[in-house]
Design a protein around this ligand. Sequence first.
Ligand SMILES: *[C@@H]1O[C@H](CO)[C@@H](O)[C@H](O)[C@H]1NC(C)=O
Ligand SMILES: *[C@@H]1O[C@H](CO)[C@@H](O)[C@H](O)[C@H]1NC(C)=O
Ligand SMILES: *[C@@H]1O[C@H](CO)[C@@H](O)[C@H](O)[C@H]1NC(C)=O
Length: 493
Amino acid sequence: MEGGSRWSWWRCGSVVSALVVLLALWLKSPPRAVLDERLDAVLSSLLRAERKVGINNVARPRVAIGFGGCVDLLVDGVSLLNKLGVSPAEQPLHHDYLENAVQLAESFAYFFAPGAAAERFMLNDTLFAELVDGARDLPENRWSIGGNAPVMASRMAAEGCDVLLGGSFSADFNDVLSKHITVAGNEVEEPDIHLILEYPLGASWGRFTSRRANRYIVHSDDHNPYLDAMEEFAGKLEEFKPDLLVVGGLQMMDSFPFKTGEREALFSRLADLLTSSTPQIGIHFEMASFVEESIMKDLLHYVIPNADSLGMNEQELPNLLSLLKGSNITVLSDPNPRVATVLDQMREVYRILNQRSKDAQAGSEANGAQGQVKPLTRLHVHTLAFQAMIVTQASQWKNTMSATAKASLTANRHVCGSNDIDLSKARLIMDDSFSISREEGSQRIPLQETKPVSCWNEEDYEICVAPVLVCTDVYQTAGGGDNISAAGLVLQI
Ligand SMILES: *[C@@H]1O[C@H](CO)[C@@H](O)[C@H](O)[C@H]1NC(C)=O
Ligand SMILES: *[C@@H]1O[C@H](CO)[C@@H](O)[C@H](O)[C@H]1NC(C)=O
Ligand SMILES: *[C@@H]1O[C@H](CO)[C@@H](O)[C@H](O)[C@H]1NC(C)=O
């Protein structure tokens, strides 16, 4: 009897505590209707901000974009690995490039669990062909135009620009491009294929579970690493007279087995191309997943000094910063960083690069040394939860507030795969307010539903931050950064 009453007390106690927990949850999370109202307000305010400025449709802006491109073969990553019998790695491990299935498993596991975007070169042609054949056989596979340059080109053409695209494509690839895109490059028989292993939030593979939706990319390119459209692109550039020059796709050169001196020669040619363009033309460089330290150094030497604007994600920002500060590559960073952390990293990148520009200027005045280093006037960082931009005041870049809003809307549109934003598939994951720096006593900015893009001035620049209506029903993550960056640029030309 005694035992029985203790039992019922215990049971009663656990019912009470369950009720307390439920009550706490109920008090903590506002009812769905309130949330919906809030999302709705954020969406309509972002749309208003996006529409506030139009792009100049009378004279379509002209944008030249290099380099390369491929066809993306998108599959569910876990299904493909299971189908090919690639068993989950014992231990996640970072590899600069991949030679066999074990390394693939280790490298995939390394990024899959935290849900960080990554892209690796596959040195083993046999294994790559096996992967592609396996992916072709998966019923739910999809093909799409891939590569940073064509994706950015397509987005910009869709937004009303005329585009010169530097890349070598096959005839049928050229056919699906917008009529507002002119290709400068050679026609190739076989396009490079990139295998995109997508995974949703909460996917499981062996003992690993993904903490956010993302993708892992494997490629084994023959054309792209050589920037083989560069000469043709350079030849057409002068006549095309772009308002903006965009460079991306250079990560195809990362960890590629070049002959000695080959890569340097390519970079040096690229630097010539960039320095010979009219200084008034803005140059944007889109970063990517780089792991080879020597190629990052080449970027710092040949590319970044010529760029007015940089675009990157939350992984690429700390990687660039750590290199600028003389430390090693950071292969993996927090995939869900706080606003304050990202803004501090952005300020530092902005400060270091502009200091370099001033030093180079002073050096050339003092001793006539060559070496133009453009100041960095625009930095756009795209993360899952928010978009952030730093733009120099009174620089050539217009409409920063609207551009940040557009970038944010594009993030949802791309990932959900629909131009119309469906609020039942959206969620705000940014906090109700954010601190503008990790420094103690920093100002906190509340997220206002009716004015979701926060902009303020500091020193010689403006910062804008916009929350993302994060898509919860993921159609595709690959190409997100390119669509987002391009959408942000369009309103700023
Ligand atoms: C390349 O992949 C094939 C197929 O998976 C494998 O049999 C071979 O051992 C791999 N080669 C190397 C050098 O690892
Ligand atoms: C940086 O990389 C080098 C070479 O891989 C390594 O020896 C060194 O320990 C690394 N330093 C840090 C701080 O991680
Ligand atoms: C992103 O770019 C790709 C390639 O151009 C395109 O297929 C896709 O629809 C774009 N996403 C959005 C939201 O436009």
